[in-house]
Design a protein around this ligand. Sequence first.
Ligand SMILES: O=C(O)CCC(=O)C(=O)O
Ligand SMILES: [Fe+2]
Length: 243
Amino acid sequence: MDTANALDAKTLDISDDYLQSIFAAMESDGYCCIPDFVDAASLIKMQEFVASAVRDSENEYVAFRGGEAVKGSGLDELAQATSFQSIFARLYVKSRNKPAPPVEFYQLLRCLTGKGMNEHSFNFHYDSYLVTALIPVVIPKDGRPGDLYLVPNTRPVRETYAGNLVDKFFLDKMRQKSLKGRAESNPGSFTRIKMVPGSLYLFWGYRSIHANEPCDPNTVRATALYHYFDPHANSRLKARLRG
Ligand SMILES: O=C(O)CCC(=O)C(=O)O
Ligand SMILES: [Fe+2]
């Protein structure tokens, strides 16, 4: 892959062999890291966006949902790049053995800092989407590093939305406290992923318990997330609960 131009839809091209090794790593190690995925100039643009967002929020937690909200940062262009989308479609085919639905993202930029740092950290959860891609944009150089903590592939994709809700309920109400305690007292018992700005991390967000470690409140930890494929998008129960 030509990492120097990773954001250029024409040059970012992950071969099927490479994709197979990404898939295999996600299955066996729980995640895959593609180093230097974002080229230096694009990363600087993203970091400038974060710096200005944190200034505007007066050094408090701020998050942006959707491509429109991060227009001009480069994060929206990445979501539109067919070569980027194709990573997700091919991972879907490998894991589900059927054609992939159109790649549309639930896209997020989280900027953690200030008083909200702790509130928004070590909240262990399953994502609602099968594939999670994470790009660290700003990671503090000093103090707590803000690793991603993962317990990979602890559940299959549930047949029903109700089954999914049961998992989420038990995780949140029964296991949350002990996972938090374990994260503080025995971090080595998790798969801990070092966040390197500009790298791309892929894991099965729906199937894996995960959370970010807090950094020091006077630092900034910003991550871009691309979530793909809600297995329960067509659930009537979900529509009813949301409606
Ligand atoms: O920011 C992170 O490191 C993880 C965030 C996350 O898991 C999420 O937004 O679903
Ligand atoms: Fe998540």
